[in-house]
Design a protein around this ligand. Structure first.
Ligand SMILES: *[C@@H]1O[C@H](CO)[C@@H](O)[C@H](O)[C@H]1NC(C)=O
Length: 343
């Protein structure tokens, strides 16, 4: 009973974090679209996308969910940074049109999101085109355990993400921007496919684990987010080679990027002030942490313009009581907090 109670409390804690709900987590997105709407934009779609719309609508539906998942993760990863992955139209569309680190991250995580949701849908059995992957049994196990259960069919998700996301109009794949887009999409997909892990379950009389079966699963999407965030921090600035054929780093003394790295060609703005052209909204009004010297701290976040402190009233769930079984009753506690916002 104690254990269960612990989980119920944990659940509550996760559901109602002590932060100001809606501030950090708001996800409003132009990607809030459904498959029908996307597929109706016939003129904007490539031939390949159109045929997926016609024959594999369920995949498009999952792709939309994947994009939403990706944006939510992007906002989580960047919540305390000047660029916070906002989906305000005037910012988001500019970011997607440029070629900075931020652009690279958004493309990569979106391609990864599509791999993730399509693959998960296969495992759930909710798509007619795919199911659990049965080929895994052929990969040797080490004798301590056996393959069993539902293996995530990441190759299917990978393929569908590639088909849908890499599709280009007018075979425009030769120029630098297209090359980089395709590279970053691939890096995003690899952040899942190259990091598959294993979950196992014991069978046999309680506690004996006489037989252990394992199945292949994708990393959690949070892990994928952190992995790509690392790639964002170490992204490579590239240019086109003299013969116009390949993508090369500007600094030829550093080791060349791998397929897992993110690439960009344009220096990012500092995101301090609104700059329409670059999709920067500036940081005026952003929350900052007066006690931090990091990027979330008021001096860096506000670009030394200073910040204003205000008092806010926070309502939180507290003094939660667990009643067997299974009810939780909480009181609402009210407290006053100080917050700082950039001038
Ligand atoms: C992101 O930043 C913009 C301005 O830079 C702000 O309007 C918006 O509320 C922020 N979003 C989140 C979720 O903090």
């Amino acid at each position: 009973m104690k254990i269960q109670r612990f989980y119920v409390c944990l659940y509550f804690y996760l559901m109602f974090p002590a932060t100001i709900i809606g501030q950090w987590w708001a996800v409003g997105s132009p990607l809030v679209m459904d498959a029908n709407k996307i597929c109706r934009k016939n003129r904007k779609l490539t031939g390949k996308q159109r045929s997926i719309c016609r024959r594999e609508k369920e995949i498009v539906q999952e792709a939309v969910m994947g994009a939403k998942l990706a944006i939510a993760e992007c906002q989580y990863q960047f919540q305390n940074r000047r660029w916070n992955c906002t989906t305000a139209r005037k910012s988001f569309t500019r970011i997607l049109a440029r070629d900075t680190r931020e652009t690279a991250f958004v493309y990569a995580i979106t391609a990864a999101g599509v791999v993730y949701t399509v693959t998960k849908a296969c495992s759930r059995g909710s798509l007619s085109l795919c199911a659990c992957d049965n080929n895994v049994r052929d990969i040797a196990s080490d004798g301590e355990w056996e393959w069993g259960g539902c293996h995530d069919d990441v190759d299917f998700g990978y393929l569908k993400s590639k088909e849908f996301m890499d599709s280009r109009k007018r075979k425009k794949t030769g120029d630098l921007t297209s090359k980089i887009r395709l590279h970053n999409n691939e890096a995003g997909r690899r952040a899942i496919r190259e990091h598959m892990t294993r979950d196992c379950k014991c069978h046999g009389l309680s506690g004996t684990c006489a037989l252990k079966t394992c199945w292949r699963r994708m990393p959690t999407f949070r892990e994928v987010g952190y992995r790509l965030k690392d790639k964002f921090d170490g992204a490579y600035k590239v240019t086109i080679s003299n013969d116009g054929q390949s993508v090369v780093t500007e600094d030829v003394t550093i080791k060349p990027p791998s397929k897992d790295d993110l690439l960009y060609t344009e220096q990012s703005p500092n995101f301090c002030k609104p700059r329409k052209k670059y999709g920067s909204l500036g940081t005026q009004g952003r929350l900052c942490n007066p006690d931090s010297l990091g990027i979330d701290g008021c001096s860096l976040m506000c670009c030394n313009r200073g910040s204003v402190q205000t008092e806010i009233t926070v309502h939180e769930n507290c003094k939660c009581k667990f009643k067997w079984c299974c009810q939780v009753t909480c009181k609402t506690c009210t407290s006053i907090k100080m917050i700082s916002r950039c001038k």
